[in-house]
Design a protein around this ligand. Structure first.
Ligand SMILES: Cc1ncc(COP(=O)(O)O)c(C=O)c1O
Length: 437
């Protein structure tokens, strides 16, 4: 392999040849050249604990030997035919997805990304209902195509000024910043009732479908209360609308206990979309649905790369690894430990940590002052300093003030301790600057 460029050279080259919109997260970015398990290594050989897994993608750890072997075997055997020819890995993956998805969801359409999966899911829902309108939630993120970015109710990710037609937005279940200024113990789930208000006031009364992330990812790990989706689903059924759970981040075991985050809310969706962690970093997406919805697509569809043997064989190995290594259980146990540690940190920095939330290893920590003013600059500083201390964490939220912790599902409690120690050090440094300002 050629000698990697040093980070300054690579940064300059990237700025010269890649469009500026493809941003990276750091002011002083390392050049990552290697990954192993939950660790990344830069061009100087320095090790980093990866608590963000790419962007919530490296589900079973970087370069997992079993997964690598499955990919390499397939690369050496058959790489491509497209969906118009018959190959087995895509079909085996469909069988496995039918097994792990809840209820009677036996039909899969394999894509290359979450964006594509959401596009296809909306199309299926429209065809199945003969309706057009879609409801999405505020603060959502659903992808980068014209339709998917219209479904995304967050101006940071909405470059188009002319959105796709037929999308209405309901308030999200953001308890820390309740859109209705209520408190969770006495709110009567007004956020869920908002779906009915939106159907009545912003649609024909006959929407095709609602799409929602069980926990909003890019939005900053916004975690609805337990009964939220049950109430929402009742409203959707009343108006004859379907429900898509966008599990691109919450899927394949991340929330602990269940394969899919929506199952922890006791709700059966009509369609599930997934991507990211399904193939541990190889391009993939999937839509899984019922026979009834699937058969509404009467015309033929094609996807040159979707369902390709390499990504499909890799995804199968990922799902087997999650089962064999009991990674869902690990996500639950280590996730609870992580949550307790972050809550403890919150007690130590009550003027800077407004909220800690999430399920399993899908966790967010919102930095805000006593008046809930978002601490955006401080969040950036913590993220940058934490990298300098050897720990990679993510960032998100409408105001860029949520630290996102979504590591490989294989991390240990020791890894959590390492990260908490680093976070504490970074917070102490930031508090000093914050106090002076
Ligand atoms: C919830 C959710 N849906 C969809 C997408 C889009 O997936 P992709 O980047 O694979 O197109 C993302 C990406 O971050 C996501 O978080």
């Amino acid at each position: 392999m050629s000698v990697p460029l040093n980070r300054e050279e690579l940064k300059k080259k990237r700025e010269k040849f890649i469009i500026p919109g493809v941003k990276q997260m750091y002011a002083d970015p390392p050049h990552f050249v290697k990954g192993k398990g939950q660790y990344l290594f830069d061009e100087t050989g320095r090790e980093y604990l990866d608590m963000f897994a790419g962007i919530v993608t490296v589900s079973v750890g970087h370069c997992h030997p079993k997964v690598v072997q499955a990919t390499v075997n397939q690369v050496n055997t058959l790489q491509h035919t497209s969906t118009i020819f018959m190959t087995q890995p895509m079909v085996d993956l469909g069988e496995k997805l039918a097994e792990i998805t809840p209820g009677d969801m036996g039909k899969s359409f394999i894509t290359n990304s979450g964006t594509e999966a959401n596009e296809a899911a909306i199309r299926f829902a429209r065809l199945a209902t003969g309706r057009h309108e879609v409801i999405a939630l505020e603060h959502s993120y659903h992808g980068e195509s014209h339709l998917a970015s219209t479904l995304t109710a967050n101006h940071n990710w909405r470059p188009d000024t002319m959105p796709a037609a037929g999308v209405a937005y309901a308030a999200n279940a953001y308890c820390y910043r309740c859109p209705f200024k209520k408190s969770p113990d006495s709110c009567g789930l007004e956020c869920a009732q908002d779906v009915e208000r939106v159907i009545q006031s912003q649609t024909s009364g006959k929407p095709a479908v609602m799409i929602a992330e069980p926990i909003q990812g890019v939005g900053g790990a916004i975690t609805p209360p337990d009964d939220y989706f049950i109430e929402v689903k009742k409203i959707l059924e009343k108006y004859g609308a379907l429900f898509i759970a966008d599990e691109v981040q919450t899927g394949v075991g991340r929330t602990g206990k269940h394969w899919f985050g929506i199952s922890s809310y006791g709700v059966q969706p009509d369609i599930i979309t997934m991507a990211k962690g399904l193939a541990n970093g190889l391009p993939i997406g999937a839509v899984v649905t019922t026979e009834a919805v699937a058969k509404a697509l009467q015309k033929q569809t094609i996807n040159t790369f979707g369902g390709n043997p390499i990504s499909a064989a890799t995804a199968l190995a990922v799902l087997e690894t999650i089962e064999e290594e009991k990674l869902m259980e690990n996500a639950r146990v280590v996730g609870e430990y992580l949550m307790a540690g972050l809550k403890d940190l919150q007690k130590q920095f009550p003027d800077m940590i407004g909220d800690v939330r999430g399920k399993g290893l899908m966790v967010g920590m919102e930095l805000a002052d006593k008046n809930k003013v978002p601490l955006t600059q401080e969040t950036m500083r913590v993220v940058e300093m934490s990298k300098d201390e050897g720990v990679v964490i993510g960032k998100g939220g409408m105001w860029g003030n949520v630290i996102r912790i979504k590591p490989p599902l294989s991390i240990t409690k020791d890894n959590v301790d390492t990260m908490l120690k680093v976070l504490k050090k970074c917070m102490e440094a930031v508090v000093k600057v914050h106090a002076k300002a």
